[in-house]
Design a protein around this ligand. Structure first.
Ligand code: ADP
Ligand code: MG
Length: 681
C-alpha cells in the first residue's frame, strides 16, 4: 500500500533512509522558514529595499563565471507589462535551468540597492500558478530524499491532509499539562506549522517562538527529562560490589593530608562524594568548579578513601601533560600512603605497571586514554575519576567503568555549565559545585589589545620579567594541522625570544616528545625557564604558581571557554597576575567575546555569555555526549522550558510511574498508537 500519491517504493525507501518511516514522523520535517506572499505584486511595484514576492516573466537569463573569484553569477530580469526588475543569483549555477521561458514565476527574496539600482538577490522561485496553492503564508522546506522544496511542501500538505489534522492526531500529553503551559495539542501544533493561515504571526513562526513550536519544544524536553530519570532509576537498582566505612576518623585523616585547609565549598563537595561512596549504589557525580578552584585536591582525597578501603583508583585525563601533572600532584599528596603508576601511551614501563595493576599491587593508576585499552586490567577498581569530561565521549566513560564491577565514578569539569544546561545534558549525574576559590588569590587583570600594539606588549613583558615572575605565551593551533604545528610554533618562538632578549624560553606543542615535555615543565615549575611558549597543550589543568603573566596571541581565534581556561593558568599564587589578549582582525562575535572576557573572570558568567554568543553545542561538546540532538528545541533559545520540563517529569513519575514507560516509548516518535506507514503496511 502506498498511502500517499506520488510516493512509490523508491521514494519511500529514500524517506526511510532519511529517518522518516511514516506520515507521523514526516511531520517533524518542519519548514526552515516562512515566506510572506500575502501581498504579491508586479516588478514595478518594488520601489525600495526589502523583502518582496513578485510575479512576472524571467527574461535575458545569462550565466557568468568569474574564474578568479570562483564565482558563478546568474543574471536576468523579472518583467511584466508594467515594468521590470533586475535579478541576480550568486553561486546557484542551476538557476538558469530552473527557469525555462514561457511561463510566469513567483520570485521571493530580498531587494537591495546595487550599483545599477534596485535588484533582487538570490530569490527563491516557483511557477506562479503553483506557488500560491494552499495559502499565502508559505512554508519553505529543506530538500528531502531527492525532493526539492516545492515538492516537499506538497508532500507535507498531503501528509497533513491524510492524517486529518488537527483532530486526527491525538496528543499523548496529559491535558492538564497542556492547559497549564497554554500549549496547543500536538495535532493543532503540526497543522499550524505546516499549514499556517493568513492570520499567522510570521515573526513568531520564523524565529521559532510560536506556541506551536513551544508545544514541540516542551514535548522534546519532557521526553528527555523522563528518559534521563528512568536511566537514573535503572542505575540505582545496581548494587556496588564493595563497601566503604566512612567515619569521622577517616574524614579527619583525609582533611589532614593537604598542606592547607579546604575551603567550605571543597569540604561540602568532599562530603557529598564520601556519602556517595558509602551508599550501596555506584556514584555518578559531576564535580564542577572554576579553573583552579581546587577540584583535583577533592578528587585526590576521595581516591585516598578508596585506597583505604582496599580498592584501586583510576584518574583519566585528556592529555599526557595533564596526566603527568596529576600523577605528580597525587604523588606529592598521597605518595607516602599508596602506590601510584602513570599509564600514558609513551610511558616505557607500561607493561610492567600493567602487570602490577592487574595484581592489585598498584593502588592508583593515572593516565590518558591509555587507561581504557584492552590490556589494562584492575584487580579491584573502586573509584574512577575523569578529568575534563567534555574532552571524552560517553563511550570512553563506559569503557573506564567496565574496568571494574560497578565502580564509583567522579567526573571533573572546569567548563562551567549553567545549571539549566547541566540538568539537560548531564541530567543523569549528581552535581557538586565548588563555587569559591581558595583564599589568597588576587584577581587577574585582563587587557585586550590589537595586534598593532604587539611591540608595546612585549616591551612591557620584558620589563615585567626583569623584575621576576614567569609568563606563558600561547598561540592558537596554526592551520589546524598537527604536522605544521611544530615548525610554526618554533618560528614564533624564535621571534618571541628575540623580542624578549635574554630571558630563558622554551617551546611546547602537541608533538613535543613526552620526556622532553616533562623536562620543560619541570624546569618551568622550578623557575629555570622564564617564558613558556606553547600551543593550547597547556590549556587544561597546568599548575605553576610562579607564572603570573599570560599572553594570548591571535586571541580572536579562541572560544570563550578556551580563553578562560588559558587565563586560569595564572593567578595561582599570591602575586598580582596579568592576562593580555592580542587580537588581529575580528568578527563582530569575536569582538563581543573578547569584551566579555575582559569584563569578568567569573566562569559562570562567561559560560552564560558563551551560550548566548555561540550556542551550547560547541560549549559542551554535546555531539560527544552521545545524546540525540533535539529536533526542534534549541537549548539556548528554549532554555526557559528546561526547568518546567524537569519539574513535570518528576511529578509524572511520582504520580503515575507505570504510565511513563509506554508514554515515553511513544513520545519518542510522537506517534499515535497504530502507525501510518507510507507503503508496504
Ligand atoms: P583545579 O583542579 O580545580 O583546577 P587544583 O586542585 O589544581 O584546582 O588547585 C589549584 C591550586 O590551588 C593548586 O596549587 C592547589 O594546591 C591549590 N589549592 C587547592 N585548594 C586549596 C585550598 N583550599 N587552599 C589553598 N590552596 C589550595
Ligand atoms: Mg584542574
Amino acid at each position: 500500500m502506498t498511502c500517499l500519491p506520488g510516493i512509490g517504493p523508491k521514494r519511500s525507501a529514500a524517506l526511510a533512509a532519511a529517518g522518516y518511516h511514516d506520515l507521523g514522523s514526516l511531520l517533524w520535517h518542519l519548514p526552515q522558514r516562512y515566506e510572506d506572499r500575502r501581498s504579491v505584486s508586479g516588478p514595478s511595484a518594488v520601489t525600495g529595499e526589502g523583502r518582496f514576492a513578485v510575479v512576472g516573466r524571467v527574461t535575458g537569463l545569462r550565466t557568468i563565471r568569474l574564474r578568479r573569484r570562483r564565482l558563478v553569477m546568474v543574471q536576468g530580469r523579472l518583467e511584466d507589462d508594467t515594468g521590470g526588475l533586475p535579478v541576480v543569483w550568486f553561486n546557484r549555477p542551476w538557476a538558469e535551468r530552473q527557469l525555462p521561458p514561457g511561463r510566469d514565476y513567483l520570485l521571493f527574496g530580498k531587494v537591495r540597492c546595487g550599483r545599477s539600482g534596485l535588484e533582487m538577490v538570490n530569490p527563491t522561485c516557483e511557477p506562479a500558478d503553483r506557488a500560491l496553492e494552499g495559502g499565502s503564508v508559505v512554508p519553505v522546506y529543506a530538500p528531502l530524499a531527492g525532493l526539492g522544496p516545492a515538492s516537499v511542501r506538497k508532500l507535507l500538505r498531503r501528509a497533513v491532509e491524510a492524517l486529518d489534522l488537527p483532530h486526527g492526531l491525538a496528543d499523548l500529553l496529559p491535558e492538564r499539562l497542556l492547559e497549564q503551559h497554554e500549549l496547543p495539542p500536538l495535532g493543532e501544533a503540526f497543522d499550524h506549522l505546516h499549514r499556517p493561515d493568513e492570520t499567522s504571526d510570521l515573526d513568531a513562526l520564523n524565529d521559532g517562538s510560536s506556541r506551536a513550536h513551544a508545544r514541540l519544544v516542551y514535548g522534546e524536553m519532557l521526553d528527555q527529562q523522563l528518559e534521563v530519570r528512568m536511566a537514573r532509576a535503572a542505575r540505582e537498582r545496581i548494587e556496588k560490589a564493595h563497601h566503604y566505612r566512612i567515619d569521622r576518623a577517616l574524614r579527619r585523616r583525609l582533611l589532614d593530608l593537604p598542606p592547607f585547609r579546604l575551603t567550605a565549598a571543597q569540604t561540602r563537595a568532599l562530603d557529598e562524594i564520601l556519602d556517595d561512596l558509602a551508599a550501596p549504589r555506584p556514584m555518578l557525580r559531576l564535580l564542577q568548579g572554576d579553573v583552579a578552584s581546587g577540584k583535583t585536591v577533592v578528587a585526590a582525597l576521595a581516591l585516598m578513601a578508596a585506597v583505604e578501603a582496599g580498592l584501586q583508583g583510576a584518574v583519566m585525563a585528556p592529555t599526557e601533560l595533564l596526566a603527568e601533572q596529576h600523577f605528580q600532584g597525587l604523588s606529592r599528596l598521597l605518595g607516602d600512603r599508596c602506590r601510584l603508576a602513570l599509564l600514558t601511551g609513551s610511558a616505557a614501563a607500561a607493561a610492567a605497571d600493567r602487570r602490577l595493576l592487574a595484581r592489585g599491587e598498584i593502588d592508583l593508576a593515572v593516565g590518558t586514554q591509555a587507561l581504557i585499552q584492552e590490556a589494562v586490567r584492575f584487580r579491584r577498581l573502586g573509584l574512577a575519576v575523569i578529568d575534563e569530561q567534555h574532552r571524552f565521549g560517553v563511550g570512553q566513560r563506559r569503557r573506564l567503568q567496565r574496568k571494574g564491577t560497578a565502580p564509583d565514578l567522579l567526573i571533573m569539569t572546569a567548563t562551567p555549565i549553567p545549571r539549566s544546561l547541566a540538568l539537560t545534558v548531564y541530567g543523569d549525574l549528581s552535581l557538586s559545585v565548588i563555587d569559591e576559590l581558595p583564599p589568597g588569590r588576587t584577581p587577574i587583570v585582563t587587557r585586550v589589545v590589537p595586534v598593532t600594539e604587539r611591540a608595546k606588549v612585549y616591551a612591557w613583558l620584558r620589563k615585567r620579567l626583569a623584575k621576576g615572575g614567569q609568563a606563558y605565551i600561547v598561540f592558537p593551533l596554526i592551520d589546524d594541522s598537527r604536522h605544521l604545528e611544530a615548525g610554526s610554533i618554533a618560528r614564533l618562538g624564535k621571534d618571541v625570544q628575540r623580542r624578549l632578549g635574554g630571558v630563558a624560553t622554551a617551546v611546547l606543542h602537541g608533538r613535543t616528545p613526552a620526556d622532553e615535555r616533562e623536562e620543560v615543565m619541570r624546569a618551568f615549575a622550578g623557575g629555570e625557564i622564564g617564558v613558556l611558549i606553547a600551543t593550547t597543550v597547556i590549556e587544561v589543568g597546568v599548575d605553576v604558581p610562579g607564572a603570573t603573566t599570560m599572553v594570548i596571541e591571535s586571541a580572536e581565534r579562541f572560544g570563550l571557554a578556551q580563553l578562560h581556561q588559558l587565563r586560569g593558568r595564572v593567578g595561582r599564587g599570591g602575586a598580582r597576575s596579568f592576562c593580555v589578549a592580542i587580537h588581529g582582525d575580528r568578527t563582530e562575535i569575536a569582538e563581543r567575546r573578547l569584551e566579555r572576557f575582559a569584563a569578568t573572570t567569573d566562569g559562570f558568567q562567561l559560560a552564560d555569555a558563551d551560550l548566548e554568543l555561540r550556542g551550547p553545542g560547541e560549549l559542551l561538546g554535546t555531539r560527544q555526549t552521545g545524546r540525540p540532538a533535539f529536533r526542534v528545541a534549541d537549548l539556548v533559545r528554549d532554555r526557559h522550558w528546561i526547568e518546567s520540563a524537569r519539574r513535570d517529569a518528576g511529578r509524572l513519575l511520582r504520580s503515575a510511574p507505570g504510565a511513563v514507560e509506554p508514554l515515553l516509548a511513544r513520545l519518542a516518535t510522537q506517534q499515535p498508537p497504530g502507525r501510518l506507514p507510507f507503503a508496504g503496511g
